[in-house]
Design a protein around this ligand. Structure first.
Ligand code: PMP
Length: 340
């Protein structure tokens, strides 16, 4: 028996779950790292903890200080929960298009939430730049100082996956792992796990699963940062090579559209009881694609990034799905007590 002293000890060491249907379909062992079982219900708890510990070590984050971050939500949730446990406060800047559930979670956890219009990174009012400016202002104004978490270009984020996620996958599979696939928000998960696994076995295939609207699929296949289309996924879809992706190149890149990813999310819930968010659908669809490349008999790991109820008002809302031209599963349309 183990007693965790605070939520910080409960971050990481998540189960690795065999995904039966996609495994049977592909003839591979497809395994999902259940990151939704972290205290903040997402993979970003790991990065949040490493970023905060790094800021403490460098002396930039002082007792009672403020952590400022621009985030699609999950990093903000992780930062706020860890901050609460360690006596810091958070100011979170979020694009207004992100799910209401994530905003609610941030507010109820005590974050000071700043909603901004969703504009591209090249616009100075993009949430990342707003958060950087706010951090600089608060560092001057606040008696205990403020730090900018800067998850995209702060490699303490990637280091969380080099030191925890990657080694856990290696240990849980007993080193019997042939491939790893993940979507990219900051790139911390994909590049960090890649570093850890390649260090142990350079033959492990690493794959990017990119949604429409992201530019990395094009970058890694043609050398050009180009993006097209859009996606209902949140927290993924990067338009540039972040510092966390520095020095990283995937062995395979896949482009996964919503009509491939979202049915995967419903399939996991309906048939396996796994309630995950849209980015996990991109990841599992990506794992199936990698299985197609490697052939049957291989073991492929991917990430179940966050919990599905975080997107209830979108993913499980027939009107929203229809407005995006996505199929509505019959059990959601019909007798699901969550939506009636
Ligand atoms: N899925 C979701 C739901 C996320 O919020 C994020 C992080 N923004 C990711 C995937 C991608 O993780 P990373 O930042 O490590 O690339």
């Amino acid at each position: 028996m183990t007693i965790h002293h605070g939520i910080i000890d409960a971050i990481g060491n998540t189960p690795l779950i065999r995904l039966d249907r996609v495994s049977e379909l592909t003839g591979c062992e497809i395994l999902g790292k259940a990151e939704f079982m972290n205290p903040g219900q997402s993979v970003k708890d790991r990065a949040a903890l490493f970023i905060i510990r790094d800021a403490e070590r460098s002396g930039k984050l002082r007792p009672g200080g403020i952590i400022v971050e621009g985030t699609a939500g999950n990093t903000g949730i992780g930062l706020t929960l860890v901050a609460n446990a360690l006596g810091y406060r958070t100011v979170i800047v979020i694009p207004e298009t992100q799910s209401q559930e994530k905003k609610d979670m941030l507010r109820l956890s005590g974050a000071h939430l700043v909603e901004v219009p969703a504009v591209p990174y090249r616009n100075e009012n993009n949430y990342v730049h707003v958060s950087a400016r706010l951090a600089a202002e608060l560092a001057e104004l606040s008696p205990n100082g403020a730090v900018w978490a800067n998850q995209f270009d702060n490699v303490a984020n990637r280091q969380a996956h080099v030191e925890t996620t990657g080694p856990e996958i290696w240990q849980q599979t007993g080193g019997k792992v042939d491939g790893f696939v993940s979507a990219v928000g900051t790139g911390g998960t994909l590049a960090g796990v890649s570093i850890a696994l390649k260090e142990r076995n350079p033959h492990i295939a690493i794959a990017l699963a990119d949604p429409p609207g992201a530019a990395l699929f094009s970058y890694y296949t043609s050398g050009e940062l180009r993006s097209e289309g859009s996606s209902i996924t949140e927290g993924i879809g990067q338009g540039r090579v972040t510092a966390n992706l520095d020095g990283f190149t995937p062995d395979f890149s896949f482009h996964i559209a919503d009509d491939e990813a979202i049915p995967m999310v419903f399939d996991l819930l309906e048939h396996e009881g796994l309630c995950v968010g849209p980015s996990s659908g991109v990841n599992v669809a990506g794992a199936a694609r990698l299985a197609g490349q490697l052939g049957p008999g291989h073991t492929i790991v991917t990430v179940l990034c966050d919990y599905g109820t975080r997107y209830q008002s979108k993913l499980f809302n027939p009107d929203f799905l229809r407005s995006k031209g996505l199929p509505v599963p019959q059990w959601i349309e019909g007798s699901n007590p969550l939506v009636h």
